[in-house]
Design a protein around this ligand. Structure first.
Ligand SMILES: [Zn+2]
Length: 364
């Protein structure tokens, strides 16, 4: 079966836009979510050095993000995951489920297929500054000079490794299939199929190679990477301010999903890497924070199992509002543990050649 599938969009249920919270005053809810991220499969986020170049070891082995400043007894190599990567993960879930706009699509026309206008990137032209749930939470890059970049209401700190179970260097299978943007998959009837999510792979079904795969033109087609092993854990904090109860519920759903779902995160997803579980370990919610200074005490705090339970309770409230066709597809793709007896891989070049117009559901 193909390695990814699409969570659909429903043109009859476009993003519900609302006024963008102002940053010069406090409204709604503020607080902090302390989380743990545990790798359930090897996990890799390509490291970059201080100049933005890929962090590579000898023989062009790409290394996990690391920094001197992050080193500690529990994290001798200084491993970390950039907060911006976490933010991107959370955003993609809110975009698919709330739903939100296609913030990146207007810069990505090669994907083909038209997107209903109501799903075009925020802010909508010629109207008061309103934004979809994803843009309210995470901000947006405005289109044109009169709609500049807006900061969101959520900040993700870098996730710092708290326990590393080791590394194992691998050669990935070929990641960039030339037919990946195959229009029969992406836009089967001229309309974009939805948002792309990758299936989880079983532990014994990771797609690796024993060395470099070289194209006819002599180019390397796969990658040599050093992911952290399953079981490795990271800790991170999400701060939020000026968020409505509904948007906080959406944020918490993006973090914890539901018990039998896992996130797919990082590099080499088509090869089976990047299945992770996020749990909430502490949650602080301040209601109308201005009142905090006059001692109204509208602060609630949960820790440990109680925090996880409260996060789930709020996430479940959001989940009730997700369109059934969207939720069912996400549950199918991100189901955990992964289905037995299904092998996920890209169809071969020969299959694409023989089946140029076959839909994604017809893949072997
Ligand atoms: Zn938006």
């Amino acid at each position: 079966m193909n390695v990814y599938n699409f969570v659909p969009i429903d043109k009859d249920h476009p993003p519900q836009r609302a006024a963008i919270p102002r940053h010069d005053r406090y409204e709604g809810l503020a607080g902090q979510i302390q989380c743990q991220l545990k790798a359930e499969r090897p996990l890799f986020l390509p490291g970059i050095d201080g100049y933005g170049r890929p962090l590579v070891g000898r023989g062009e082995l790409r290394l996990f993000s690391r920094s001197e400043a992050r080193r500690s007894k529990d994290n001798p190599d200084g491993l970390f995951i950039a907060g911006s990567s976490l933010k991107g993960l959370l955003r993609s879930i809110v975009e698919a489920t709330a739903p939100g706009c296609f913030q990146h699509l207007q810069h990505n026309r090669e994907r083909g297929g038209t997107v209903p206008e109501a799903f075009h990137a925020c802010p909508p032209r010629g109207r008061d500054p309103v934004a979809c749930p994803a843009c309210r939470l995470f901000g947006f890059i405005g289109q044109g000079t009169d709609a500049p970049l807006r900061r969101g209401c959520v900040e993700c700190q870098d996730a710092v490794c708290v326990e590393c179970t080791g590394y194992e260097a691998i050669y990935t299978a070929i990641l960039g299939n030339p037919k990946q943007r195959h229009s029969a998959f992406y836009a089967p009837d001229g309309r974009l199929a939805g948002r792309k999510f990758y299936y989880h792979h079983r532990e014994d079904q990771l797609l690796t190679e024993s060395g470099w795969r070289i194209s006819n033109r002599g180019e390397r087609q796969n990658a040599h990477i050093e992911p952290v092993r399953a079981g490795t854990r990271f800790a991170f904090t999400v701060d939020f301010a000026n968020v409505s109860e509904e948007d906080l519920e959406a944020l918490l759903f993006a973090l914890v999903l539901e018990e039998n779902l896992r996130h797919k995160f990082g590099y080499a997803k088509p090869c089976g890497l990047g299945s992770v579980q996020i749990t909430v370990e502490r949650l602080v919610v301040l209601r109308n924070p201005v009142r905090r200074y006059v001692g109204s005490g509208a602060e609630e705090e949960w820790a440990g199992a109680a925090a996880a339970e409260e996060a789930r309770r709020r996430a479940a409230a959001f989940q009730e509002r997700i369109l059934p066709c969207v939720l069912e597809k996400l549950q199918e793709i991100w189901r955990w543990p992964p289905a037995a007896g299904v092998d996920y891989r890209y169809p071969s070049q020969a299959w694409f050649a023989e089946n140029p117009r076959a839909p994604l559901s017809a893949t072997p």
